[in-house]
Design a protein around this ligand. Structure first.
Ligand SMILES: Nc1ncnc2c1ncn2[C@@H]1O[C@H](COP(=O)(O)OP(=O)(O)OP(=O)(O)O)[C@@H](O)[C@H]1O
Ligand code: SF4
Ligand SMILES: [Mg+2]
Length: 342
């Protein structure tokens, strides 16, 4: 990737230990104070535990998918990784230093960790041309000399599969797929080493989705990007990401290599998600049974016990923590479905 090697790029100033993971979350908790439903005029608030003892490690150059039903805490986790929200408990580290401190220090974190938002169109200023949108981070981070900006924008447009003349257009005149490509080009402009994306391909038709996934996979490989990718779609996770972390009600309940977890899920929730995923040429599967409990009213013991087909009497009494399961994965279940060697 020639544009990543530019000698004109502003040097990064902070030295970090080479061995520290890009991100490390240790028992991270995020509690929001909310007014309980049906609380009338009362101003009393209660704590909603959106993240509850999350442990996660993301190493340089890996790609990890965060998967889980709506409300499981995926976006909250991402906001913690980006330093936008401070955890209310535990430690959230970026290359061994607290993420919030790294972010507050300034440009290096902002330049190194790029984000593609779920609402790509909403994240782009409608009054700016595509060229101006992509040039903005080039200028802000002093990535290239002023007279090279136009050429670099063209290079980035080409890299994401858009013609050079797309630079003269505005976001309103672009299709959903083109808007996502612009958002990706803008994210790449700062020459990040980490790309974080929240549902970056959802809501698109299947062929546009496939094109964008191919693009992201190519970028990740060619640029050795570390990729953190939120998705509801196990197919997307398995195509794009080496690792998967499955979330349920604020916890990671299973994590490990994507193919291992999806081929032989150890947690009954992972198995239920896999069984509920649509497959070509097969009838639509049954959705996961039962309602997801409110995070304000968690069941005792295992939080999945109200929906778990494998639940046993002790599941209502003991709260399983995420623990090592075999060489490469971790599971939070008292009665895993497979053995650790699977
Ligand atoms: N700012 C906030 N204030 C209060 N509660 C919040 C806030 N942000 C998130 N929550 C709550 O935290 C929980 C996790 O929300 P989050 O948005 O992280 O879930 P998600 O997995 O991203 O869901 P989705 O798939 O719908 O995007 C939910 O119960 C949500 O209502
Ligand atoms: S601990 Fe029990 S209820 Fe929870 S996922 Fe495992 S088997 Fe199911
Ligand atoms: Mg979300």
């Amino acid at each position: 990737m020639s544009f990543l090697m530019s000698s004109a790029s502003a040097p990064r100033t902070e030295k970090v230990p080479a061995t520290a993971p890009v991100f490390e979350l240790i028992e991270v908790e995020k509690v929001f104070q909310v007014r309980p439903p049906n609380s009338g005029l009362s101003r009393k608030t209660v704590g909603l535990r959106a993240l509850d003892g999350v442990r996660l490690r993301v190493d340089t150059g890996t790609s990890i998918a965060l998967v889980g039903e709506s409300g499981s805490g995926k976006s909250t986790l991402l906001r913690v990784l980006l330093g936008l929200d401070a955890p209310t408990g535990g430690r959230a580290l970026y290359h061994g230093a607290p993420i919030r401190e790294a972010r507050a220090k300034g440009r290096d974190f902002a330049r190194d960790v790029a984000m593609v938002y779920q609402d790509a169109r909403g994240s782009l200023d409608p009054r700016m041309t595509v060229e101006a949108l992509i040039a903005e981070p080039l200028r802000h981070f002093n990535i290239v000399q002023k007279d090279q900006i136009k050429a670099r924008v063209a290079e980035l447009l080409d890299r994401v599969g858009l013609p050079t003349d797309a630079g003269r257009r505005y976001a309103a005149g672009l299709s959903g797929g083109q808007v996502r490509r612009v958002a990706i080009a803008r994210a790449l402009a700062s020459e990040p080493s980490v790309l974080v994306a929240d549902e970056a391909v959802s809501g698109l038709d299947v062929s546009t989705q496939a094109q964008l996934l191919t693009l992201l996979r190519g970028l990740q490989r060619d640029m050795n990007l570390t990729l953190v990718f939120i998705t509801h779609d196990l197919g997307v996770a398995s195509y794009l990401c080496d690792e998967i972390a499955i979330m349920y009600l604020g916890r990671i309940v299973e994590t490990g290599p994507t193919d291992v977890v999806l081929n032989a899920p150890a947690h009954p929730y992972s198995a239920a998600l896999r069984a509920a995923a649509p497959r070509f040429f097969e009838p639509m599967p049954e959705p996961l049974s039962g309602e997801i409990p409110s995070p304000l009213d968690l069941p005792p013991g295992c939080r999945f016990s109200t929906r778990c087909p494998a639940a046993q009497p002790d599941c209502g009494e003991r709260d399983p923590q995420l623990g090592r399961f075999g060489a490469h994965r971790a599971v939070a279940c008292l009665h895993p479905l497979t053995n650790p060697q699977a």
